[in-house]
Write a protein that binds this ligand. Sequence first.
Ligand code: SF4
Length: 345
Amino acid sequence: MKKIAIFDSGVETPEEIIMAAGFTPYRLFGDPTIDPEKANEHIPPTHCIWTRNLLEQALNGLPEDIVGIIGTHGCDRTNREFDIWLECLDYEFMFFLNSPRKINELALNFFINDIKEMILQLEETFNIKITNENISQAIKLMNEIRSMLKKISDLRFEKKLYGYEFHSIVKRAQQEDKKSMLEFLNSKFNELNQRSKIVENDYKNILLTGSEIDDTEFIKYIEDLGFHVIVDDLGVGTKYFWNTIDEEEDPITSIAKYHLSKPINSTKYPSYKRFEVIKNLATKYNVDGIINVAQKFCEPVLYDHPYMKKKCKELGIPYLFVEVSYNREAYKQLSTRFSAFAEMI
Ligand code: SF4
């Protein structure tokens, strides 16, 4: 099956529409082992390192079975840089989906209309028909995937699963064929559930939040320092599966409502909604601390940090903020700060 790539700093691209069109959604992830040399010719090097990394990969050539790209409005980087992608890349289908920043009735209608526009353009480009029935089937399949991911996520709470292991499972779910993925998740859950507890008692239980953290090695690096990512508020994490889509309502409306009602990114308005989710997760999983990681030059998370710091202080939950370069050598420079935080909590 051909793939449609997703360039999305949150997880707000309706994969169900791509599936109903007969393609596999393939979320693009960064590669921290490369430098964005070519991308730097198009985007100033003081802008988000993660999006420059993705553009670098796209300029070097994405997998051959990708026939189109959907860029979804997350922050100003993904928003503005999609114009640059349009200039530099040559794909049969390239669409910018305008996921709203605000959440209200007007925004919902706006989003529904933009999803409909995306459907029209897919139909015209590939000469296909996307039916409501196909969208509903895709919703059902995605809901099953979300429910399985939630069950597997809770194995982190039971200390049967490391956070980095879970992270790699969610990444696979965002790139591979969904039917095979559901089979994989079912058997993976049965296998992992047989495990005994593997996370040491003295590991510090943390909630991980921040920019899109898509390098599993980074999660492993933190956990090797004595933390356990018991829960998170990430796109490669809870934001992808925490809620499910209503299967009874009109499918396009249900998809739009789902994306506007799930946990929001720091790119969205208002911040207190984002903090409410973090507070609820931190309380439910009784975390020892919250770690907020900003990718280098990630303005939304940098702007969010003072508010998060203040709110965590009010709650009495230890909070650590770090800015990290998208480069594995750079992770090591943070070990002193992480270790000091582990000792403090
Ligand atoms: S890392 Fe930050 S600046 Fe970069 S795309 Fe994500 S939200 Fe935007």
